[in-house]
Design a protein around this ligand. Structure first.
Ligand code: TYM
Length: 332
């Protein structure tokens, strides 16, 4: 079985529709056919300095949502990144094999650091993609299911794997991104040219998995659509309508042309109403299961400990090889 690995940051109380369609749904599907490793990227989350209480809470909410969305702890290994100490160690080794210019080219760093001003942005934000490479290479992943915004990080990961292999001898699998075209960039409902994002979307532009049906419906009904009244996919001229069509299409498994035919002559109102129901129906069971899992934190922590145990076994094996290749003296 090919191996798949991916991670998500616990940076908010709830995942949003972009996370769910761009990544988590594929995670759930791939556990049927792949040897699956998924994790909550809490080491990445501290690049923006949440409080300890916030981080703990969000890490648990994230875990509960992933189990709630259908990650099956029997078939998949779901763990918290900081519980497997090797991630930070491998990140250091990879940093020593990364050029400053290479790291500085990462556009996500440029975007994120712009908020703080160049010299006050944290060093962790700068080295963030190298830690991500460590996450992936640690598990010898063949595929990494992510949204389109992670493409550049995946390219860096591939470069670092190839460089390490040629400097120190064949050690790492060179991973391939797994990105589904139709969901690689779910757009902000209020700004359909921008991606839906926990850090930059307005509350009206963001659909959160743990939200109540009422606000979800309201936001979809008020989503920015485009001039005209026809429900047709046209990314250039009708990015808002196209975004909603993609959402309805993937959530119902209905091809877009079929949806276009269904709403011919009906206008935006009827269409949006249906999109709203589809989203509410997709989120409601996840929210219910998430709440149930959060009501027993001890059990949730125990499930995560099982995941960390299985992940650690793989990480230990990789790091034994890496240390030997790099020339670190074994402790006897
Ligand atoms: P994060 O936590 O920002 O997002 C989690 C996943 O959701 C995808 N995504 C989207 N997909 C489509 N449309 C959107 N609007 C949208 N917004 C977010 C992201 O592409 C991602 O797949 N750096 C990663 C976390 C990470 C990771 C890793 C991922 C750390 N180590 C190793 C893969 C492998 C991140 O910040 O994702």
């Amino acid at each position: 079985r090919p191996r798949v690995l991916s991670g998500i940051q616990p940076t908010a109380e709830s995942f949003h529709l972009g996370n769910f369609l761009g990544a988590v749904r594929q995670w759930v599907d791939m556990q049927e056919t792949h040897d699956a490793f998924y994790f909550i990227a809490d080491l990445h989350a501290i690049t923006v300095n949440p409080s300890a209480a916030e981080l703990r809470r969000r890490t648990r909410v994230s875990a509960a949502q992933l189990f709630g969305a259908g990650i099956d702890p029997e078939r998949s290994t779901l763990f918290v990144q900081s519980q497997v100490r090797e991630h930070a160690e491998l990140a250091w080794i990879l940093m020593c094999n990364t050029g400053m210019g290479e790291a500085a080219r990462m556009t996500q760093f440029k975007d994120k650091s712009a908020k703080y001003g160049e010299s006050s942005a944290g060093v962790g934000l700068f080295t963030y993609p190298i830690l991500q490479a460590a996450d992936i290479l640690m598990y010898q992943a063949d595929f990494v299911p992510v949204g389109g915004d992670q493409k550049q990080h995946l390219e860096l990961t591939r470069d670092l794997a190839q460089r390490f292999n040629s400097r120190y001898g064949q050690t790492f699998t060179v991973p391939a991104p797994y990105i589904l075209k139709e969901v690689e960039k779910i757009a902000d409902l209020q700004d359909p040219l921008a991606k839906m994002s926990k850090s930059s979307s307005s509350p009206q532009g963001l659909l959160e998995v743990l939200e109540e049906p009422g606000p979800l419906r309201k936001k979809i009904m008020r989503a920015v659509t485009d001039t005209g009244s026809e429900v047709v996919a046209d990314p250039e001229n009708k990015p808002g309508v196209t975004n909603l069509l993609r959402i309805q299409s993937v959530l119902t498994g209905t091809p877009i042309p079929e949806l276009e035919a269904r709403y011919a002559g009906l206008g935006y109102g009827a269409f949006k109403k249906d999109v709203a129901e589809v989203v509410v129906d997709a989120f409601a069971p996840i929210r219910e299961r998430t709440e149930k899992l959060l009501s027993d934190e001890a059990e949730l922590d125990r499930m995560l400990a099982v995941g960390a145990e299985r992940a650690s076994a793989v990480a230990r094996e990789t790091m034994e090889q890496v240390r030997e290749r790099v020339g670190f003296l074994p402790r006897r």
